[in-house]
Design a protein around this ligand. Structure first.
Ligand code: F0G
Length: 415
C-alpha cells in the first residue's frame, strides 16, 4: 500500500511535531491536525477506493480503512477495527417535502457498530493509542463517544475511563458504555466541566485522550464525507448538513471535502451547514457576528448529545465554514423533536440530536439560504435506540393515541 509521510501540524502557527508524539495542542495553544506530504491526494483516485468495494477483507469493508492511505499510515496488523462505516444512504420523498426541497438524502451514521458516527474516529485514534504504547484511554462525553471508546478499548485490550455529566446522558448510551466494560465517572457538572477535567486528568495521569481534540479522531471521521461522495459516484452534493456540538464532525467533513477537491477526486466543494440547538448555540452566535468573537455559554437542549457550550474544535470548524462558503444555523427544541418524529415516522429513525440536520435543512430553505433544487445530504449521527425515552415521552405527550392497554379479548381489540 502507498504510504505518505505524515506529521502533526498546528492549525494556528503551522509548527510541526512527530506523528508518534503524544500531544493534542501546540505550544502556542493551537489545535493540531494530521498533514501529509504535498500532492498526496493526486496520487490516489476514487477508482482505487472503489475497487475495494467488492473485497471481503475487513479493512476493505470498513468504510474508514477503505480510505486508509488518506487516514493513517500504519502497518495493517496494527489496525483496531470492528469494522465500522459502510453505512446506508436513504432517500425519502416525504422528508424532502417536509424540508421544502426536491430531494434529500440521509447518511445514517447510526448504523455503525456502536450506533453512532463516533466509531469512525475511534477506530483510528484507538489504533494510534496502541501505536504510541498507551495502556489506558479516556474521554469526556455526552454518551456516544463513551460508548464507542468503551467498545474499541475493549477490542484493543486498553483500560477505558469515561467522564460523563452526571444524570445527563441517554440511557442507551450509558448501558452500552457499562456493558463494554468501561469505568464511568459521573461528573457533577455539565459536559464542558467533564471536558476540562479529562483534559487535565489525562495529562497529569498519562492517560491517552480520545476526545475529538485528538487529531486522529478527525482523520477517521473524514470518511463520512468520502463515503457520501462514493455513494454519489464522486459527484459532490450542493450541501452537507450536520448537527454541531463539539464541532469535530464539522471539522472532519470539511477537511475531507477540501482534501477531495485538492486531490482532484471532486470538481467542486459542497457547502457545509452546521446546525445547533438554540439553547446550545455558541458557534451559531460566532457565525452571526462574523466570527469576530468566540462564545462560551451554559448549554441547555433536549438533544443531550449536543448540550455543549464551549466546543473544543472551534478554530478548525470556523476555517471549514469560511473555506466551504458554509453556514451555521440554529433550530429550536420543538423543531428538533418535530423533525425527529418525521424521520422516525418515515421508518428511518434517529436520536434527537441527529434530527437537527433535517430541521436545519428545512430552516435553510425557509430562510432562502438554500434553493429548492439544490441537492442536500444530511447526516443522521446516532441511532434511534440510543434514546428510547425520548420516543416514549412523545407518545405520552400525545395522550396515548398510539398506545393503549386492553383486556385479552377480541371485543377490546375491535374497540
Ligand atoms: N450527534 C450526535 C448523536 C452526537 O453524539 C454528537 C456529539 C453530535 C451530533 C455532535 O457532533 O461534537 O462532532 O459537533 N457527541 C459527543 C459525545 C460530544 O460525547 O458523544 P460534534
Amino acid at each position: 500500500m502507498t504510504q505518505f509521510a505524515e506529521w502533526l501540524q498546528c492549525v494556528a502557527c503551522e509548527r510541526r511535531f512527530d506523528i508518534l508524539e503524544v500531544r493534542y495542542r501546540c505550544q502556542c495553544g493551537g489545535l493540531l491536525a494530521v498533514e501529509r506530504e504535498a500532492g498526496w491526494g493526486g496520487l490516489l483516485s476514487p477508482a482505487h477506493f472503489d475497487s475495494r468495494l467488492t473485497s471481503r477483507r475487513a479493512i476493505d469493508r470498513s468504510g474508514v480503512w477503505r480510505f486508509r492511505e488518506a487516514v493513517l499510515s500504519c502497518d495493517e496488523s496494527e489496525i483496531v477495527t470492528h469494522p465500522e462505516g459502510s453505512t446506508r444512504l436513504y432517500e425519502s420523498a416525504r422528508l424532502a417535502e417536509y424540508a421544502g426541497i426536491d430531494s434529500i438524502r440521509f447518511k445514517h451514521e447510526g448504523e455503525n457498530p456502536t450506533g453512532s458516527f463516533k466509531d469512525r474516529g475511534m477506530t483510528v485514534a484507538t489504533t494510534q493509542a496502541v501505536r504510541t504504547g498507551a495502556r489506558a484511554v479516556a474521554c469526556a462525553s455526552t454518551g456516544n463517544t463513551s460508548a464507542s471508546l468503551a467498545a474499541y478499548a475493549s477490542r484493543a485490550g486498553l483500560r477505558a475511563i469515561v467522564f460523563v455529566p452526571a444524570g445527563k446522558i441517554a440511557m442507551g448510551k450509558l448501558a452500552q458504555t457499562l456493558a463494554y466494560g468501561a469505568t464511568v465517572l459521573a461528573v457533577r457538572g455539565d459536559f464542558d466541566d467533564a471536558m476540562r477535567l479529562v483534559d487535565e486528568a489525562s495529562t497529569k495521569l498519562g492517560i491517552y485522550l480520545l476526545n475529538s481534540i485528538n487529531p486522529f479522531r478527525i482523520e477517521g471521521q473524514k470518511t463520512i464525507g468520502w463515503e457520501i461522495l462514493q455513494d454519489l459516484d464522486w459527484r459532490a452534493p450542493d450541501w452537507i448538513v450536520l448537527p454541531a456540538g463539539n464541532l469535530g464532525n464539522t471539522s472532519a467533513i470539511g477537511k475531507a471535502m477540501i482534501e477531495a477537491l485538492e486531490g482532484g477526486w471532486i470538481d467542486r466543494l459542497p457547502r457545509i451547514a452546521s446546525v445547533q440547538a438554540n439553547g446550545a448555540n455558541p458557534f451559531y452566535r460566532g457565525f452571526s457576528g462574523g466570527f469576530r468573537e468566540r462564545f462560551r455559554m451554559q448549554a441547555e437542549t433536549v438533544a443531550s448529545a449536543i448540550r455543549i457550550g464551549d466546543p473544543v474544535s472551534w478554530d478548525k470548524a470556523r476555517a471549514v465554514i469560511d473555506r466551504t462558503r458554509g453556514v451555521v444555523t440554529e433550530v429550536t427544541d420543538e423543531a428538533i423533536l418535530e423533525a425527529k418524529a418525521m424521520i422516525d415516522g418515515a421508518g428511518i429513525g434517529c436520536e434527537p440530536a441527529s434530527a437537527c440536520s433535517l430541521a436545519g435543512a428545512r430552516r435553510l430553505r425557509a430562510d432562502g439560504v438554500s434553493g429548492r433544487d439544490e441537492s442536500v445530504v444530511a447526516s443522521l449521527t446516532g441511532n434511534l435506540l440510543k434514546d428510547p425515552e425520548s420516543v416514549l415521552e412523545r407518545v405520552r405527550r400525545d395522550g396515548g393515541a398510539q398506545m393503549g392497554e386492553i383486556d385479552a379479548n377480541v371485543d377490546e381489540v375491535a374497540r
